[in-house]
Design a protein around this ligand. Structure first.
Ligand SMILES: Cc1cc2nc3c(=O)[nH]c(=O)nc-3n(C[C@H](O)[C@H](O)[C@H](O)COP(=O)(O)O)c2cc1C
Length: 196
């Protein structure tokens, strides 16, 4: 497992080859073995390939363009839009797109109580653990992945289109890698660990 943890890197260039459905299922089976707060398992994975992937990414593109040109739902994050368009390009290239829903969540544009925020934090952490399992299982099977949060700029368009009743967490692109990027820098242990 340390091998997959070390070898996993975000992949932003993919080969065209489709991914075997059995492998997609194996990867998601690893995802659902993650721990979750109160064992709520608040995740749902929606897999898109081919024309259905193109359709959902067209919707995302509409949302990004709307966010750029008209109504800014995330005004303070406007500077992140060029990166979001770049992420969209990568998502189009990857043969598989997995959208991730927090089935227990609500739209981030709705007000939230402190109690619900705590629950949401726990559910988000649970889904993060599940996504990491997914990435590591994909790495073990020789696939590349990209964890994506840039869906947030098209939150309304995507959640309407997908019929999300909970909260759209983000997405993962999956496919055979067509690059082997160098590891991104990490903070030193001394910087982030405190032994008391
Ligand atoms: C919650 C989350 C959201 C991310 N969203 C994006 C994204 O929208 N687009 C992108 O290109 N990378 C995205 N990434 C990938 C990070 O940029 C990447 O993990 C980080 O730079 C470290 O590189 P590595 O994954 O190769 O170790 C995201 C990663 C996480 C954990």
């Amino acid at each position: 497992m340390i091998k997959e943890i070390t070898e996993r890197h975000s992949i932003r260039k993919y080969k065209e080859e489709a991914v075997n459905k059995e492998d997609i299922k194996k990867i998601i089976e690893a995802a659902i073995l993650a721990p979750s707060a109160k064992n709520r398992q608040p995740w749902k994975y929606i897999v898109f390939e081919g024309a259905s992937k193109d359709q959902v990414l067209d919707i995302m593109e509409k949302g990004l363009v709307r966010e750029r040109d008209e109504h800014q739902t995330l005004p303070e994050s406007h500077g992140g839009l060029p990166d979001a368009f770049n992420t969209l390009r990568i998502m189009k290239e990857a043969p598989v797109l997995i959208m991730v829903e927090n089935t227990n969540g609500q739209s981030p544009f709705e007000p939230i109580s402190a109690d619900d925020r705590i629950t949401e934090i726990c559910d988000t952490l649970s889904i993060g653990a599940s996504i990491q399992n997914l990435l590591l299982a994909a790495t073990e099977l020789g696939y590349g992945t990209l964890w994506i949060a840039n869906t947030c700029f098209a939150y309304k368009e995507l959640s309407d289109f997908l019929g999300i009743k909970g909260q759209l967490i983000g997405a993962v692109s999956l496919g055979l890698p067509d690059e082997s990027p160098n590891p991104r820098p990490r903070k030193n242990l001394d910087e982030i660990v405190e032994f008391r």
